[in-house]
Design a protein around this ligand. Structure first.
Ligand code: PEP
Length: 272
């Protein structure tokens, strides 16, 4: 009975009906431009103990470039993976202020957050440039977390799906089915980022389902079912369980709440 219950849950979570591996939930923190080395190491040391032993939810920290090397020494051998918050699509050269995938991998980075709305808004990143980065990250062994999402005016003018489709389709241009195994998508409604306004679980699930169906059209059912789609936008431990409980919400990309180890660990635990 217990066994059947477990199998049914797996099938339900998978929704594939076929021989498709279940996608993994991933909760990633995005620290943005916060924390010096000492502060960062302190948080990670605390987090490491709080999430020790959790193996069915991926735990990722997107930290500033300057702290990655020190964090790598602390997370080495634990279940915490590192992400960068940006990357330049070239191996090396005259790109003042930029950073390459090789440099990131050398300090233990596995993921890279790309196309975040703050980079689109303040640094003029276009879908075309984001796509170049996604492709280059994959070609060089980094796993992109591709951020997509509408602004408030898009939602109010009923353009949410058009904007999300534009971000997904153009962000994933020339990305193969095989490469999609290493891509994470984060749906982040811009109006919910850092504002304290969270999309309701129903609002978020509607868009996640839309993205999942779009991936079926772009690739196929199997590929679509394998992609982790995170929700991001004022996620906290008080709302994460309900959000992540939705069928197509496979974790979170967490900004503000990831700066506190206890709060971030509570979000991770709500995804277990
Ligand atoms: C983010 O920066 O990706 C984010 C979701 O921020 P917050 O959780 O603070 O809204």
């Amino acid at each position: 009975m217990k066994y059947h219950k477990k199998i049914n849950m797996l099938i339900k979570a998978n929704k594939s009906g076929g021989d498709i591996p279940m996608r993994k939930r991933i909760v990633a923190g995005n620290w943005k431009m916060n924390k010096t080395n000492c502060e960062a190491v302190e948080i990670i040391k605390e987090l490491k103990d709080l999430v020790n032993g959790i193996d069915n939810v991926g735990v990722v920290i997107g930290a500033p470039f300057t702290v990655l090397s020190d964090l790598n020494k602390v997370v080495n051998g634990t279940n915490i993976k590192l992400a960068a918050q940006n990357m330049y699509p070239a191996a090396n050269g005259a790109y003042t202020g930029e950073i390459s995938p090789e440099m990131l991998k050398a300090v233990g980075v596995e993921y890279v957050i790309l196309g975040h709305s703050e980079r689109r808004e303040y640094f003029g990143e276009t879908n075309e440039f984001v796509n170049k980065k996604v492709k280059f990250a994959l070609d060089n062994g980094l796993k992109p977390i591709l951020c997509v999402g509408e602004k408030l005016e898009d939602r109010e003018s009923n353009n949410t799906e058009a904007v999300v489709e534009d971000h997904v389709v153009n962000g994933l241009k020339n990305i193969t089915k095989e490469e999609m195994k290493n891509v994470v998508i984060a749906y982040e409604p811009v109006w919910a980022i850092g504002t304290g306004k969270t999309a309701s679980p129903e609002q978020a699930e509607e868009v996640h389902k839309f993205i999942r169906n779009l991936l079926v059209k772009l690739y196929d059912e199997e590929t679509s079912q394998g992609v982790t789609i995170q929700y991001g936008g004022s996620m906290k431990s008080s709302n994460s369980k309900e959000l992540i409980g939705k069928e197509n919400i496979d974790g979170g990309l967490v900004g503000g709440a990831s700066l506190d180890a206890k709060e971030f660990a509570a979000i991770i635990k709500s995804a277990v």
